[in-house]
Design a binder for this molecule. Sequence first.
Ligand code: MRU
Length: 369
Amino acid sequence: MNGQKGILALETVALDEEEPAVVIIDQTKLPGRTQLIRLRSAQEIWDAIYLLKVRGAPAIGVAAAFGIYVLARQIGTEDYDAFLAEFRKLKAYLDSARPTAVNLSWALNRMERVAVSHPEETVGEILCLLRKEALAIKEEDTRVCQSIGEYGLGLLKPGDGILTHCNAGQLATSRYGTATAPIYLGQERGYGFRVFADETRPLLQGARLTAYELHSAGVDVTLICDNMASMVMKNGWINAVFVGCDRVAANGDAANKIGTSGVAVLAGHYHIPFYVCAPTSTIDLSTPSGADIRIEQRPEEEVTQMWYKERMAPEGIKVYNPAFDVTDHSLISGIVTEYGVARAPYGEAFEEIFRKKEAADGNLQCKIK
Ligand code: MRU
């Protein structure tokens, strides 16, 4: 399938129950080609995550949950201990694909808890429970993004100019995106936002994905190179910055796509509010501060030649290519979660957010029973 119209109608990550296989849109081909690919083996799933065919913290989590379920179905033993040992090996392998986005290990840990907490069940029963959990992870993601959208929209007014970096859009989640959720909801309600999308060097997620999906939705979006953010802010065109994130530390420091912290510094200079959108699954209270977040380093080719027609840097040049940076909590105006907007001091704010989450999870359990 080619063209813009269909992209938002497609699922970023889906489960083919028949085969079974994980089905993703190959995001490395966008926007030129819309190609769905099927992942069946551990190697295929690992490669798809590492090569950013599926990317964005929540989408990686959903792909890993579906992935471990698909692989668990292939284990081929009725013995619980043997099943669990193999499951854990596969889990560790998938978990090694990318280190910064906590949603990868978060989703895999959720799946492991299901396997571990039912030793009395047959392997067949455990597979049913794993399927249910993986589908729940995806379904929750849609609800969470919608809720982030509502809270985010409450921070904006009609006609606002919004700057975003990388892609925290539908292509990074199950639906709506995180940073784009207020934009999509505003679009439905006639807010008339003007969005500026940073192209996001070196892998161009802003140009290839954010500009593409927002434009497809009919949003007024303007693509800029990363080094133009200061100019559009100085021009008075930006009322707020909305970005996604890959891991929020307990003190509110937030890791997101490389370049995000520079945008936050600029926003601070121009007194523009800077919001990080983060599902609670991205808040990692076991990581005390941003200094404790492992930052993924990527191959130098991504800087020197990838996406160029020909190599654009001298052979043998030294290259530094961190995929993420950490925005200091002091530069963040608020962290928009599905349970409200957390503001400094973040330690207390997160306690409140997680209290709300526990209460909501408790209510849900009661309804299910
Ligand atoms: O390397 P990527 O493309 O996976 O990086 C994605 C981002 O940095 C996103 O902003 C983040 O994962 C949040 S997605 C809702």
